[in-house]
Design a protein around this ligand. Structure first.
Ligand code: HEM
Length: 276
């Protein structure tokens, strides 16, 4: 390779006037945003792990809201692709815990006090993902009151049908059913409903007759499967690093996160399996 010059084969080497890779990707603000508050070596890992997770969550939201729009128009094919991508993003986020797990409790203790009361609990993007999928709780909005634009985004999401509601509209139409209004409650977590489950059972008993819904249902199960693994990996990593101490966000920590393991986004899709 000595003496090799990529310019000889046409690589553009001067960007005084053109947009470069660094410009296009806005790398200066991104790579300049790791503002460690301490001298602890591992704080950089902690910050980057959260920032990269937030970037992937941004993509998740982009895909989920677009998938919802397509489904609302009965346009299944692009929505399937987007939902498959979201499951893969969660897979990516799940693998990322392996990096964070290299941090020991002693290393985290070196900078934990510098986080103050900040915690993933205040991640507005995570909350938006939960809201869009149907796990809705107005009480979670309080921590965003000091940021009106974020609070507004969450309020707007709570005023919109969840992705699961849109799937249920399609299910109702295809099976000739109509579901109770409580099924479509906008600001409470979706609770299992027997009529909804029976309609899904109809789909699963004859997949060929309802192929698109069958495929959609399995995509949703796939997504929830990966999401559950994320929650589980998170709580296990947290226990490994802080044991049963309270979280920086003020909750009971592992105890709170274990309660979140009980969340069911699409309960009927899980319950129907025992009914087939
Ligand atoms: C050393 C690593 C970590 C520890 C010790 C930790 C600890 C905690 C604790 C104790 C909570 C409960 C709320 C509280 O009281 O603070 C929590 C919530 C949360 N954390 Fe982490 N966490 C870690 C890493 C991460 C990472 C890398 C992410 C990725 C973005 C993340 C995202 C979240 C989210 C979204 C919640 C809210 C969960 C919910 O409300 O269901 N955490 N974390």
């Amino acid at each position: 390779m000595t003496g090799y010059n990529p310019a000889d084969e046409g690589a553009q080497m001067s960007f005084a006037k053109d947009m470069s890779y660094t410009d296009y990707l806005s790398l200066d603000p991104i790579l300049g945003a790791q503002n460690c508050k301490s001298d602890a070596h591992d704080e950089m890992l902690f910050i980057i792990q959260h920032q990269t997770s937030e970037l992937w969550m941004r993509l998740c939201l982009h895909e989920l809201s677009s998938a919802r729009t397509h489904l609302a128009q009965g346009d299944f094919a692009p929505a399937m692709k987007m939902l498959a991508r979201v499951a893969r993003i969660f897979e990516q986020l799940n693998s990322a815990w392996d990096v964070l797990r290299t941090m020991t409790p002693s290393e985290y203790t070196d900078f934990r006090d510098d986080l103050g009361a900040s915690s993933g609990f205040q991640s507005h993007q995570y909350r938006l993902i939960e809201f869009i999928l149907g796990n809705r709780n107005r009480a979670m909005m309080k921590v965003h009151e000091h940021r009106p634009e974020l609070h507004h985004m969450l309020t707007q999401e709570l005023d919109t049908k969840s992705l699961y509601h849109v799937a249920l509209d399609l299910l109702a139409e295809a099976t000739g059913q109509s579901f109770d209004t409580h099924v479509y409650a906008l600001d409470t977590p979706h609770a299992a409903d027997d009529a909804v489950m029976q309609a899904w059972v109809t789909v699963y008993k004859d997949p060929r007759a309802h192929w698109q819904l069958y495929e959609l249902a399995e995509k949703l199960v796939d997504l929830e499967d990966y999401f559950r693994r994320w929650r589980f990996n998170h709580v296990t990593t947290v226990e490994r690093i802080i044991g049963f101490k309270r979280g920086t966000g003020g909750t009971s920590g592992v105890k709170y996160l274990r309660r979140m393991l009980e969340v069911e986004l699409f309960p009927e899709l899980w319950n129907l399996r025992g009914a087939l």
